[in-house]
Ligand binder design. Sequence first.
Ligand code: SF4
Length: 370
Amino acid sequence: MKTNLLEFDLDALAAFCAQLGEQRFRATQLFRWIHQRGASDFGAMSDLAKALRSKLEGCARVEALPLISEQAASDGTLKWLFDVRDGNAVEAVFIPEDDRGTLCVSSQAGCAVGCRFCSTGHQGFSRNLTAGEIVAQLWFAEHSLRKRFGTAERVITNLVMMGMGEPLQNYSALIPALRVMLDDHGYGLSRRRVTVSTSGVVPMLDRLAQDCPVALAVSLHAPNDPLRDKLVPLNRKYPIHELLQACKRYLVHAPRDFITFEYCMLDGVNDQLAQARELIDLVRGAEIRCKFNLIPFNPFPASGLLRSTQNQLLAFAKVLSDAGIVTTVRRTRGDDIDAACGQLAGDVRDRTRAALRIARQRTIELKPVA
Ligand code: SF4
């Protein structure tokens, strides 16, 4: 079986080339061909020696994920569904804006965390993606978009690990994939324009801070443990206090950054003004530089939850911003193709019986606060 070079960051590619008797600068050239120019045909890599090209043809390949479908929304959002074998499929979404192009990438086929409001979580978990399968989403998106827009310039300027999966539960693939994204010989994305979104895997947050302190988004969704336990089951293992302490430690390694707290607005569940005030006390008490991103919930039948009204969402946002906390409301994008946050469902051969587990959780009543 030929090795797929999309699996390698530059160091790993250099090690692979060293086994072929090649020096590191050859690996750098090859890396640039693959990631900066989107090449997959070794024969076309004209500044590589012929002998190396034929060695590579014998033992290596550059192979994208098979594309199952592409959907375009009326607002320009694009969603791709990729086959990751064994009956699993994952999604990536491109969101164009005036000043940036953001790609949302998946890290797992499914997700084992099982958040109540997330349609990926309701599908259960099949397996971790490899580093190459994560990078392949970017490789395909960047180079197909350049062709689509007829440009040689970079199209994707921002990347968020907010697709299917909990990236910090796939750490060994996440780190090399991030390195490819950040590498100047790869995609050259700035550390602050690559965001890892986590539901709060505390020990891995500390490792990420050491290994690759990119921008961090934390799925908070509740101001206290009893409610968060119900919405984000991982909270029972890593409660809010521990999570916030980990966020604080993270910022030591990313001193000019802030944490983005993601907060999915659920009607009558976590959207009351008293809960906004509770959030203020929480982040002030922990002394964390942060901003809040309020996400209008995208309802799906199995969740049993509803989107907060626009008035409630704006009133909630106002309480936070009046307290001096930068608060944004996420625009829903790609609604007509189910590409909005929490709607990526792909196709997952569940190995965790998540659907059953979540169905049981659904019998827990989520009461509005007084
Ligand atoms: S919100 Fe994220 S961590 Fe929670 S189930 Fe969905 S993909 Fe997993």
